[in-house]
Ligand binder design. Structure first.
Ligand SMILES: Cc1ncc(COP(=O)(O)OP(=O)(O)O)c(N)n1
Ligand SMILES: Cc1ncsc1CCOP(=O)(O)O
Ligand SMILES: [Mg+2]
Length: 205
């Protein structure tokens, strides 16, 4: 599968998002068709230090065994330690320019939550944009205001060749709206991690 298609079904997850073993959830999600994974160990109840590293390594190995892209959220040191395929950065995180300088050929994703952020984004240095929250979410405590599918359509119109994924409140009922608005993929946490049947949840996205 070529690169932008590999962002089609993008699971974002840390142990704090799981009621079951994260390795089991990731394996089931991959069997259901997940094509990319972001290790986002962050927020209430999340692991730190060596425990975070060990879980990250376990999830990375599952991804690699199955040819699924493995991204690390925020944590530049962990990204390097795990030799991840890429890193996802937000507006408050380490600067894209700095990561690109240190890792000329890694995959870099950048969050966009409004038109102003898009205007000042170093788009030539990133491999995809994560646009959202598209719908309301209870997974991210400090989430920005909901942007709807209009921002997806705007970003695609301004940068038609730059891959983009929607994130925030996406589930099997509304995923088609995100894709119809121009997204290359959907990035999902709770609709997968909390699903009773994970494989079916991914299949129906
Ligand atoms: C694919 C994707 N898009 C957006 C985000 C959000 O990143 P950020 O704004 O840095 O917030 P945190 O995830 O770090 O809380 C993401 N993680 N993934
Ligand atoms: C990490 C992140 N960034 C914007 S919304 C969000 C959380 C998305 O979680 P969910 O898919 O459960 O709404
Ligand atoms: Mg971040």
């Amino acid at each position: 599968m070529k690169y932008p298609e590999r962002l089609r079904k993008y699971l974002v997850m840390g142990s704090q998002d799981c009621l079951r073993d994260p390795s089991f959830i990731l394996e089931e999600a991959i069997r259901g068709g997940v094509t990319a994974f972001q290790f986002r160990e962050k927020g209430k109840g999340s692991l730190t230090g060596i425990d975070k590293y060990h879980l990250g390594r376990k999830l990375r190995d599952i991804c690699w065994k199955n040819e699924v892209l493995f991204f690390v959220n925020d944590d530049f040191d962990l990204f390097g330690d795990l030799d991840a395929d890429g890193i996802h950065l937000g507006q408050e995180d380490m600067h894209v320019e700095e990561v690109r300088r240190a890792f000329p050929s890694t995959l870099i994703g950048l969050s966009i939550s409004d038109e102003r952020e898009l205007e000042k984004a170093p788009v030539t240095l990133v491999d995809y944009l994560g646009v959202g929250p598209v719908f309301s979410t209870s997974t991210k405590e400090d989430a920005n205001p909901v942007v709807g599918t209009d921002l997806i359509a705007h970003v695609k119109a301004v940068h038609p060749h730059l891959p983009l994924v929607g994130i925030g409140g996406i589930n099997e009922e509304n995923a088609h709206e995100v894709l119809s608005a121009g997204a290359d993929g959907v990035a999902v946490v709770s609709a997968i991690t909390l699903a009773e049947n994970i494989r079916n949840a991914v299949k129906s996205l």
